[in-house]
Design a protein. Structure first.
Length: 255
């Protein structure tokens, strides 16, 4: 077992007590504050904030991403000239075909190639797409959004959660307990009756009160519960990354 894993397994239960600024970094803290403040913003304030942040991103794309600069120049568009959200419609669309054909020119030039890693999407809507990611990037800003949602739904860092999303688990059991985040992480690649029965037992063992994961995986697990006539009460089910279809919503509610 790696040293990092040993430390995490030993100190995991204590980590939720560490202040967020030390645990997740200053960017996480700043985004958490923005989300909290935004609860009291009116529609105009929200729109202004969205435009300012989006324009920053567009300018960065113009400066460092060759594909966008070439595409926008051909349309006579410069992001610094965009003065409102309504003008975003002037920008040409990007689809999977264009991403595949222009993978390298869609990569930012201000990130050294040694820091770029090729990743793929989950492919839940069809064929997976490839794109480059900065290996130094972390998920702490995304985690600020997730934490904010949990709080709105009456959960906290102490709420024990089942997680049905993320990387492939190479453990024999196909599940791990992340004590630092109170998460029971289960493999979405092993959602057959045998493993779901094991996952359910671990949920009981760890006192899981909420589920967070890909909608399709949650629906598959819900279908198992309904088919087996198993009742497992939860506070919250939070789907992510995928569109929720009506039949999935009804199935999850039924479970």
């Amino acid at each position: 077992m790696r040293l990092k894993q040993v430390i995490k397994s030993q100190l995991g239960p204590l980590l939720p007590l560490v202040p967020d600024r030390f645990r997740f970094g200053i960017n996480h803290v700043k985004m958490s504050k923005v989300l909290a403040d935004a609860e009291s913003w009116d529609a105009d304030r929200i729109k202004d904030f969205q435009f300012i942040e989006l324009k920053k991103l567009l300018i960065q794309c113009w400066d460092y991403v060759p594909y966008y600069r070439k595409s926008w120049e051909s349309q006579g568009i410069h992001p610094r000239d965009i003065s409102s959200l309504d003008e975003i419609n002037k920008l040409p669309f990007l689809d999977k075909k264009l991403i595949k054909e222009n993978l390298h020119s869609l990569s930012s030039t201000n990130i050294h190639k040694k820091h770029k890693i090729l990743v793929t999407t989950g492919g839940s809507s069809g064929t997976p797409s490839q794109l480059y990611k900065d290996r130094r990037a972390n998920n702490n800003i995304e985690w600020a959004f997730i934490q904010h949602l949990w709080k709105q739904l009456g959960c906290s860092a102490r709420t024990h959660r089942l997680v049905l999303r993320g990387p492939i688990l190479h453990t024999t059991e196909k599940w791990i307990w992340n004590s630092s985040e109170n998460e029971l992480i289960c493999s979405t690649y092993h959602l057959d009756d045998e493993y779901m029965a094991i996952f359910l037992e671990r949920m009981k063992e760890y006192g899981v009160e909420a589920i967070h994961g890909h909608v399709s995986s949650i629906a598959t697990f819900a279908q198992y519960l309904v088919r087996k006539e198993i009742i497992f009460k939860l506070k919250v089910v939070l789907g992510s990354s995928e569109r929720v279809f009506p039949f999935q919503r009804e199935l999850i509610k039924k479970a």
